[in-house]
Design a protein around this ligand. Structure first.
Ligand SMILES: [Zn+2]
Length: 86
C-alpha cells in the first residue's frame, strides 16, 4: 500500500493549483458541481454582459432588440426602413 503520510496539506494544495492551471476553463466548468457554483457567483455579471452586448442604433440611439442585427450603417430596422423610403 502507498504511504501518503509524507504529503503535507501545503504540498497537496500547491500541486492541486498546478494541475488546475493546466485545465481549460471549459474543463473546470465540466467538473461535477463547479458550473452551478460559478453560475451562481457570476449570475449578475452574465446578465450585465449580455445587456452590454446589445448594440445601439446609430440613427435613433435606441437599443436594437435581441435577435435583431443593425444594418450595414448601424441602423435599426425602423431607421433603415425610413432611410430607404422614397
Ligand atoms: Zn433606429
Amino acid at each position: 500500500m502507498l504511504d501518503f503520510a509524507w504529503i503535507t496539506d501545503q504540498m497537496f494544495e500547491d500541486k492541486l493549483e498546478d494541475l488546475v492551471d493546466m485545465l481549460a476553463p471549459a474543463e473546470i466548468l465540466g467538473i461535477s458541481g463547479v458550473r452551478e457554483i460559478v453560475r451562481e457567483e457570476l449570475y449578475n455579471d452574465v446578465l450585465e454582459a449580455l445587456i452590454s452586448d446589445l448594440e445601439e442604433c446609430e440613427g435613433c440611439g435606441k437599443t436594437i432588440p435581441p435577435g435583431q442585427k443593425p444594418d450595414m450603417e448601424g441602423l435599426c430596422t425602423i431607421c433603415a426602413a425610413e432611410g430607404t423610403a422614397p
